[in-house]
Write a protein that binds this ligand. Sequence first.
Ligand code: DGL
Length: 269
Amino acid sequence: MLEPKVKVKRVLFFDSGVGGLSVYRAVKELNNEIEAYYLFDNECFPYGNKTESFLIERIEKLIEAACKRYELSAIVVACNTASTVALPELRCHIKLPIVGVVPAIKPAAKLSKNKVIGILATPGTISRKYTQDLIDSFASDCKVIKVGNANLAVIAENRLTTGKVDKKAITKILEPFINAPIVPDTVVLGCTHYPFVKDVIQEVMPETRLVDSGEAIGRRVKTVIKESTTIETREKLDRAFYTGDLENFDDRLQMVRKFGFKKLEKFEL
Ligand code: DGL
């Protein structure tokens, strides 16, 4: 007898580490019906300090391999560092709908009352032309304070896997905002890892509004999957994949299970 099949929209989430889980969580809130495959490139984490050419080649290779291996409805590049450098290339070579995550500069500029906004991101994202273009287009009426830091993503990654968070180090990273002549009333969390340390950032900067792209991505995915391919499968199953050696496999497995993933598997290139 033939196994019964279910129809799903299968969305691939891609990031260097745990950051994509903040996007996945926001997307699921609005699109609980999707089946999620979550691929994180722990072998090359962190992305924030890697060259653009390295990242473009690496990200394309992984996402193309995932597309060959699995039937997918859509892709979410759940990483600002990857999106701000690799989206054009990916869209050239991959036919599926691709949703990228870029710093929420436009909403932040709109929300700001004192017209001083901060952007907190990886050094890669902070230095990209893509980010400067967003500032020029949407925040030309604001003073923009940019802080690029490679370590904050590592701090967030550790928090999710070990439960420990280094508040002192976070306070130090935020100094350019705190010590500015006018403290920004709005700060963009321009890295998908940062929602996992948002409470600590908020403690250090209680008066400042923190803005990320999660909800906007959730809305975008809702629109995109309406038109995207429906996939038949035996059972709807959220799966997570990693690329390199995972020393703390059991901790990671527990962690992804808390987010709803049933499996954690090695993704061989
Ligand atoms: N989560 C990523 C981002 O949104 C990058 C973190 C990293 O690998 O440096 O930028």
